[in-house]
Design a protein around this ligand. Sequence first.
Ligand SMILES: C[S@@+](CC[C@H](N)C(=O)[O-])C[C@H]1O[C@@H](n2cnc3c(N)ncnc32)[C@H](O)[C@@H]1O
Length: 229
Amino acid sequence: MPARSFEEAWSLASGIDGWLTEAQARVLHEEATRAGGTVVEIGSHLGRSTVVLGSAAARVVAVDPFPVDWRYGAVDTAERFRDNIARTGVDDAVVLLRQPSADALASWGEPLGLLYVDGKHDVASCLRDLRWAAWLPGGARFLVHDAFSSVGVTLAMLVLAATGRSSRFLGRTGSLALFEVGSPTPADRARIVAQLPWFARNLAVKVLLRLRLAGVARVLGHDDGADPY
Ligand SMILES: C[S@@+](CC[C@H](N)C(=O)[O-])C[C@H]1O[C@@H](n2cnc3c(N)ncnc32)[C@H](O)[C@@H]1O
C-alpha cells in the first residue's frame, strides 16, 4: 500500500479508541515518514497509533501481549486490534508480536528506523521498553507517549536524563516526548528536567478531574473532560 497522507491516516485512526491526540498523531506520522526502515511500537491497545504509523511506514512491528489484567485490557482486545488493522487497510504493513516487549526484544536482531514506546506505564517497564533503542542507529529517533503525564513514565524520563548516555531530548508535543540517539549535552539533560512543572500541572489536573473539579482544572488551562496527554 502506498503511504497515506496524515489527513487520510487520521480520518481512519481517530475513530479508534485511545489516548493519542491529533497533534501527537501528526508527529508520529512525520517521524515514521522521515525515518524509513522498520518501526517498532511497544503497546498498541486497539491500534489508534498503529494505524497512523502503518499509514506512513512500510513495516510496523506492533508489540503487545494484550494482558486482560491491564486497566483497559479485555479478552477481545487483540481481536479488536486485528479488526481495526484490517478494516483500515494497514495489514500489509503491520506485523503483531503478541508477547511482552522484553520477550520480543530478547529475540530481536535487526536495526530499527523508529521506536515508539507506549507500553506499561510503571518506571521499570518503561525503562525496559526503552532498551529497544539500542537497535536504533546514531541520529535515529524514538518517541515516548505519556512522558510527562504518568508518574512511572516521567520517572523513567528523569532516569534517562540523569544517567542515559545515548539519547538527546529534542522536545515534546503535549506529553509525547521526542528523542534522538546521540550523546546528550548538559543542556539536553536540563531540557527534560525543565518539563517537571508541566508534569506537576498535569498531575494536578488529573487529581482535579477525579475530584470532579473540571472548573478548577480550566484555570490551569485544561478545558477537556479527559486527562491531559
Ligand atoms: C496506553 S496503551 C497503548 C495505546 C496505543 N498506543 C494507542 O495509540 O491507543 C498501553 C498498551 O501497553 C500494553 N502492554 C502491557 N504490558 C505490555 C508489555 N509487557 N509489553 C508491551 N505492551 C504491553 C497494553 O496491553 C496496552 O495495550
